[in-house]
Design a binder for this molecule. Structure first.
Ligand SMILES: CC(C)(COP(=O)(O)OP(=O)(O)OC[C@H]1O[C@@H](n2cnc3c(N)ncnc32)[C@H](O)[C@@H]1OP(=O)(O)O)[C@@H](O)C(=O)NCCC(=O)NCCS
Length: 291
């Protein structure tokens, strides 16, 4: 007998450990949440706020054993939600239909678009996305640069974005990433001690920028956005920006690795990341569905 119900506060630890365990394996990995159970727990409490986890996440138990977790992270302003999961024990996949149905009933009418982000090798969730008529939006490649290889980073000069270049940076970002979740202006507003934009300019002309975020509490950092003006490409500016970003991020003691997510079709950028020393971690499929 399987018991599916809304998640409660007392389950945070066991649910995070459960997701963490499944996320270690590419065949059950979902891209929205990491692999570290403490980080997953904190994300559930701190990031899933528009509709808290106790109204958006379901757990499934067989006898006293946790066998499934499925929920969503709603963005009520953006009218969309990211589906976390389904995380289901390998031999218990038959509960997915009931879990999905119950979760769907929790999604408010205001949400008009939902997305799934399984690892490309997570065949069951990829098949579920197809069966539920999700559209495959893109494939994303995740690359990683580990601190153990810090000595390979060449010395380069690092220049932070200053107000003089705000307008050019906003234009460069918005032209290159018109459909992304964050605008150039929002990036500028987000900057702080651990979120920085570095630039390369030539004769007061902005050639390129890179936006990075560090989360020292979790030992992680990421390259979020990175673009070079079209007329300036192929001159090594992208490489310089990446090296500057890596150098600065590794000045923060706790950072163990630097991640990035890039469209798998963007071979030019992937080649550059690999040349600089990033290593391929895994590929994810981004699916969306209009409700
Ligand atoms: C990806 C991107 C940032 C690269 O910037 P870039 O300044 O052209 O990068 P680089 O010049 O350092 O390297 C690009 C290529 O030029 C080559 N190159 C570097 N210096 C060079 C030089 N002096 N002369 C000729 N070629 C050179 C590099 O070897 C590299 O070759 P490869 O494609 O065979 O690997 C740029 O193409 C871009 O803005 N793209 C759109 C936005 C984007 O896709 N961003 C990344 C995803 S977030």
């Amino acid at each position: 007998m399987v018991n599916i119900s809304l998640m409660i506060e007392e389950e945070i630890k066991s649910v995070s450990a459960f997701i963490s365990e499944l996320n270690q394996n590419e065949h059950s990995h979902i891209g929205y949440c990491g692999k570290d159970s403490v980080e997953i727990a904190n994300s559930m409490i701190e990031d899933i706020t528009d509709i808290p986890y106790n109204k958006s996440f379901l757990t499934a138990y067989e006898h006293d054993e946790l066998i499934g977790v499925l929920g969503f992270d709603a963005d009520l302003e953006g009218n969309c939600a990211e589906i976390w999961g389904p995380f289901i024990k390998e031999n218990k996949w038959d509960i997915v239909t009931s879990m999905w149905k119950e979760m769907s009933e929790l999604i408010p009418d205001k949400i008009s678009s939902i997305s799934l982000f399984p690892n490309k090798k997570n065949n069951r969730v990829v098949k579920l996305a197809n069966d539920l008529s999700f559209n495959k939006h893109s494939e994303q490649t995740i690359l990683d640069f580990s601190r153990t290889r810090k000595s390979e980073i060449e010395d380069v000069s690092i220049v932070e974005l200053s107000e003089v270049y705000f307008r050019d940076m906003i234009r460069l970002h918005d032209d290159n990433f018109p459909h992304t979740y964050i605008s150039g202006k929002q990036i500028i507003d987000r900057r702080n001690e651990f979120r920085k934009v570095f630039i390369i300019e030539n004769n007061n002309d902005l050639c390129g920028y890179i936006y990075v975020e560090a989360e020292p509490a979790y030992g992680e950092a990421s390259i979020e956005f990175f673009a070079v003006k079209e007329t300036e490409r192929g001159k090594g500016i992208g490489r310089q920006l990446l090296l500057a970003a890596l150098s600065w991020l590794f000045t923060i003691n706790n950072i163990k690795s630097i991640r990035l997510c890039v469209n798998s079709n963007n071979q030019k950028a992937i080649n550059l990341y690999k040349k600089v020393g990033f290593q391929h971690l895994h590929d994810l499929c981004f699916f969306t569905k209009e409700l």
